[in-house]
Design a protein around this ligand. Structure first.
Ligand code: URA
Length: 215
């Protein structure tokens, strides 16, 4: 049975969330999708790449970024960040393909938003790379223009959001591809220098450790 948003906090891991989201009927996209595209990758990753919505190939295969834009994303990951897609987590604002790849509608984004929010909480990445306007606006909670905010990280809810252009926008525009590549270099610098803060220990844990050191 599909999950209701008020049940999401009780879902304790990504695979359970994926199972519970699978039958979603919250918006009209359920009527036209072939597969719901939940997300893939390493749930322990420090970075989560968030795109817009599945396209034709993603809808058919049930996996994000497997078409032309995905090939460019893979290339940027490997050549600039030196990482493979299986080492990161990748998902989308919308889990289902809008017909003919039209833009997501506000109602669809609002209905789907609890899923990406719970995914973020469960993955708990240090950095979220927002790919394109829809993802950037959702994650920055602001009506910004990607041309103005790309390449500059912003901390929201104690997490670094790094907005950049959507790889699809760079497929046929050399200048956008260059900007995207430059942004990925900045992202690489951020990832090299960021560390997960130490988990605060309780006074009891400190006391136990001191005791252990006695023996
Ligand atoms: N574009 C997206 O935003 N996401 C995909 O998964 C594929 C193309």
């Amino acid at each position: 049975m599909a999950i209701e948003p008020n049940e999401l906090p009780q879902v304790k891991n990504l695979s359970e969330l994926a199972q519970r989201v699978a039958g979603c009927q919250r918006c009209v996209l359920a009527e036209t999708r072939t597969n719901l595209v939940f997300g893939v990758g390493n749930p322990e990753s420090d970075i989560f790449f968030v795109g817009e919505a599945p396209g034709y190939h993603e809808d058919k295969q049930g996996e994000p970024f497997v078409g032309a834009a995905g090939k460019l994303l893979d290339e940027l990951l490997l050549t600039i960040l030196g990482i493979n897609r299986k080492d990161i987590y990748i998902g989308n604002v919308l889990k289902c393909r809008p017909p003919n790849n039209r833009d997501p509608l506000p109602d669809e984004i609002i209905k789907c938003r609890p899923y990406i929010e719970r995914q973020i909480e469960l993955i708990n990445p240090l950095v979220i790379c927002a790919l394109g306007s829809f993802s950037t606006r959702l994650l920055l909670k602001s009506n910004v223009y990607i041309s103005k905010v790309h390449g500059a990280p912003i901390t929201i809810d104690n997490r670094l959001i790094f907005p950049t252009y959507h790889p699809a926008a760079a497929l046929y525009a050399g200048t956008t591809k260059k900007i995207l590549a430059d942004d990925f270099k900045k992202l690489g610098d951020i990832l090299m220098n960021i560390t997960r803060p130490e988990k605060p220990t309780s006074a009891k844990e400190d006391e136990d450790r001191e005791q252990m050191e006695l023996f």
